[in-house]
Design a protein around this ligand. Sequence first.
Ligand SMILES: Nc1ncnc2c1ncn2[C@@H]1O[C@H](COP(=O)(O)OP(=O)(O)O)[C@@H](O)[C@H]1O
Ligand SMILES: [Mg+2]
Length: 360
Amino acid sequence: MLVKKLRLENFRNYEEETFSFTEGLNVLAGRNAQGKTNCAEAVFYLCTGASLRIRHDRQLIRYGAEYACVSAICSTRYGEISLEARIFENKRELYVNGNRMTRAVDFIGNMNCVFFSPGELRLVQDGPDERRRFLNLSLSQTSREYCTALLRYQRILEQRNNLLKERDVSLVLETLPVWDAQFAQYAARIACKRREYLSALSSLAAEAHAYLTDGAEELSLLPEREYRGGEEEVAASLVRELGASYERDLRLGFTTVGPHRDDVRILIDGKDARGYSSQGQARTAALSVKLAEAAIFRKLTGETPVLILDDVMSELDLPRRKKLLSRIDGLQCILTCTHAARGLYGASVNKIRIQGGKIV
Ligand SMILES: Nc1ncnc2c1ncn2[C@@H]1O[C@H](COP(=O)(O)OP(=O)(O)O)[C@@H](O)[C@H]1O
Ligand SMILES: [Mg+2]
């Protein structure tokens, strides 16, 4: 997959700018706070329907502007495709080939990207939210089924949680079982898809990690909680578990059972990386996971995803940089940095210099 052209209008610090990207390596160079990450984020948004970190899309709109618009012309093995997102204060409009998509699931995953930045360390070192977010975004890009189940699950979860805060306990106890069957059905789909994904991810990440560390470390990923059986079986056991947790859920005022609470364990040499890894180890582990994600996208779609490397080169030592660059051969890569070291990237790169939200 390729992003050929990217147009930003009132997006972050860009008033209006158009980027032309080539196959292979595209280097966005510039000093701090000029708009490199913002440009990378725009590509991420078109692939995932989500911004990098923030909760509210309105933060993507340039200060003082009324709306933002991000659009791209991409090429996939099915031909050219255009993607566009118009972001307003309280809503957004998504278009594929000029047609408005009313459901986010029809927009997400038309293009796949893998994003890596120094902040991805969080995937290894922070709490479970980061790992769930990663799974959700990654799986949503490749599985419409997952994406649909997740969106419905999140809606039911919100309603169930609201119900749990209701004062009339007998009404709550009467209504909960009505929600639970549906809740468990989507929960089971999410859990089973994650199980399958994690098993593929774990072996690919182990392979990438062995490569990056010259075989010095062993990496593995495991679901923290094991769900046994197929979707129906998992759903049935979740219904029982939900039923057994009414008292606790009522007391706490939220749903304590389900994939929104599940974590993934990341192990380096059999030890929990979250508590034990050094910064360097965690960074390499996160990179291995992202390279594994790229390999999964490639396997599932038959195409290479767009790889975004935001500010990562300065954080890696030279041997790892070289190893990373050799791994990404053949992918379209958008790489941001403050100093474009010519020797490292070769002569054929497409170098774009950015200053104050403009290409210079
Ligand atoms: N909604 C917005 N409107 C205008 N400027 C913004 C907005 N969001 C972020 N910025 C600005 O973008 C700049 C950061 O851009 P960024 O792409 O992160 O820089 P870098 O080149 O270091 O990656 C900051 O100066 C920030 O104030
Ligand atoms: Mg940046």
